[in-house]
Design a protein around this ligand. Sequence first.
Ligand SMILES: [Zn+2]
Length: 206
Amino acid sequence: MAQDWDIKPRAEACRACDRPFEDGQVCFSALQFMEDGYARADYCAACWPDRAADAAPYSSWQGVFRLPPAAPEEALKKETAETLLRRLVEEDDERRRNVIFILAVMLERKRELAERDVRTRDDGATIRVYEHRRTGETFLIPDPHLKLDELAEVQQQVVGMLGPRREEAQPRPEPAAPAPAPSPDSGVPSGREVGLRDGFYSSASL
Ligand SMILES: [Zn+2]
């Protein structure tokens, strides 16, 4: 059974010539889909034309290599749509498929993810290929083809999971602060907005 979703980092060097990418360098990424998952390869502009001529089926796109940020710890302190998405993808829980999809849509709307391709797997599943704009990682997200009347429930789950953190088992030394009000621009798409995205569902329901 093919992996339903996964996160693949961008390589730090060209697959063909092994030269390390430099910050700001244009690079080309290709996904090759196989029986048991997919493989990612990244190439420099000089090597790409030869590779692009290969007949193997893949998704490919042009991007810009960015050196990893120096201090990632800050981002780990609180749950955001991105940390939640990463955690759920890692946990690989089939029951979270709808939540994972909504989180990916939220992050696309916030321009943190870019959709690079949409593929139909052999078993008919629609897979959306997202790239993290900053890190270059690839996220393969199955599209569960949510109906409009299912969206509200999934959005409630997402809001609940992004809300104030549940009490931890350990007693906290500091007094409990009042829970912050949910941010109005948390990026949670309303059913109306998602439904109105031009072709969002029609293009996915082939
Ligand atoms: Zn190269």
